[in-house]
Design a protein around this ligand. Structure first.
Ligand code: FAD
Length: 378
């Protein structure tokens, strides 16, 4: 064992809560510190591809996610008028799980929080780390509530704006803007929206995604200049304007959007830290170390895989530095593949000529290559 008895996880998001559960299952005492004062999360739906479900299964959580989600075999590919031109299968099933399941983000948060708490992790909300000192044998942490505690390891799953990243990797590595913004608006499900569908217009993609029998979301990806910001009150109109060229199902939903529709816009960024992902006894995982665009639905999947691999290595025999080195060596190439592929898909989808050619050539072939690569052991 790498002599880890007591761990601090920073961030109670998807990766941090998965790590807390996995570490507790390995017999390690865990505190999780979260800056948000509550467990409430924003976000609509999270696709859980087969490799995400496999990682969740290894900590006993896939079944609850599948039961609370909506499993899908694939997505319909349509033009801006709504005519379907192809069907993209979601790839291979693993260990008897569905190829993909779409779960509402708050439901996933509840499942992960309950699991971490039931496993014995202590969750501390509304608190951040003010200071940490790694003396080589342990890390002394001072929290914003004034408490001081000592840990054998500090694990940063503190998301895309990670503060711990600077401590581990310096200032050189920051997320870079891709040129794309993702839009999301949760809505009651229309009866005819029964499976995921994507609609490709010139330099804009739209989608309709059912997340439960009662709910769905409309999404879009648009090209926007760097630094673009939207006033919250103008988001609905900005989305309607960007979807102006669509007819068919997207136009129906667009034209019925209520004035108070809860529209969100996320500038899409990417990041890939080179290995190692640790400095001394402080290590990173999830979006703190790598950020992809949502085009393969792999960001959360990679965070859960990081959590599972890290817990396995921390529970194993041997030296801590070697365990942390081998963690990044195992994870970095796979995350690099996901980051690069997600940006490649984002670019292709913005170009209708390329996209039509891909659909005609059987986008399924490309998709199965990606999912085959991701079904490799982690
Ligand atoms: C529009 C969009 C759609 C997406 N769809 C999918 C999808 O379908 N499937 C998928 O797999 N992925 C998807 N993703 C990506 C996914 O949401 C992220 O990759 C995933 O949430 C990363 O998990 P994480 O634990 O690293 O970070 P997060 O889940 O972001 O959690 C980080 C946590 O750390 C907390 N925190 C931050 N700083 C501090 C601090 N200093 N101290 C304490 N706490 C702190 C935050 O409040 C947060 O709770 C999508 C992303 C976007 C933008």
């Amino acid at each position: 064992m790498a002599n880890i008895d007591r761990a601090l996880v920073i961030g109670a998001g998807i990766g941090g809560l998965s790590a807390a559960t996995a570490l507790r299952q390995a017999g390690i005492a865990v505190d999780v510190v979260e800056k948000s004062p509550t467990n409430r999360v924003l976000g609509v739906g999270i696709f859980q591809p087969a490799n995400a479900l496999r990682a969740l299964h290894s900590i006993g959580l896939a079944e609850a996610c599948i039961a609370a989600g909506w499993p899908y075999a694939g997505v319909r590919l349509c033009d801006a008028e709504g005519t379907a031109h192809g069907f993209l299968p979601f790839g291979s099933r693993l260990e008897g799980m569905p190829a993909n399941s779409l779960i509402q983000r708050p439901t996933l948060q509840r499942i992960l929080t309950d699991a971490a708490t039931d496993a014995g992790a202590a969750l501390i909300f509304g608190t951040v780390v003010d200071d940490l000192v790694d003396d080589g044998n342990g890390v002394d942490v001072t929290f914003s509530n004034g408490e001081r505690r000592r840990y054998d390891i500090v694990i940063g799953f503190d998301g895309i704006r990670s503060q711990l990243r600077r401590y581990v990797a310096g200032d050189a590595h920051q997320p870079g803007y891709t040129g794309y913004v993702a839009w999301r608006v949760p809505l009651p499900r229309s009866v005819d929206v029964t499976e995921p569908a994507m609609f490709y217009g010139p330099r804009v993609k739209a989608m309709l995604m059912p997340t439960s029998p009662e709910a769905m979301y409309m999404g879009a990806v648009t090209e926007e200049p760097e630094g673009v910001t939207f006033d919250r009150s103008s988001l609905r109109d900005a989305l309607v304007e960007r979807l102006a060229l669509f007819s068919g199902p997207i136009a129906e939903v667009r034209d019925a959007l209520p004035d108070d529709a809860d529209v969100s816009a996320y500038p899409l960024e990417t990041l890939l830290l080179p290995a190692p992902w640790h400095r001394g006894r402080v290590v990173l995982g999830g979006d703190a170390a790598h950020v992809c665009t949502p085009h393969q639905a792999q960001g959360a999947a990679m965070a859960v895989e990081d959590a599972v691999v890290l817990a396995e290595l921390l529970a194993g025999d041997g030296d801590l530095d070697k365990a942390l080195t081998s963690y990044a060596e195992r994870r970095q190439p796979r995350c690099a593949f996901v980051v690069q592929a997600s940006v490649g898909i984002a670019r292709m989808e913005m170009d209708t000529v390329q996209m039509n050619a891909a659909v005609a050539a059987g986008a399924a072939a490309g998709s199965s290559k990606l999912s085959e690569a991701l079904s490799a052991p982690i």
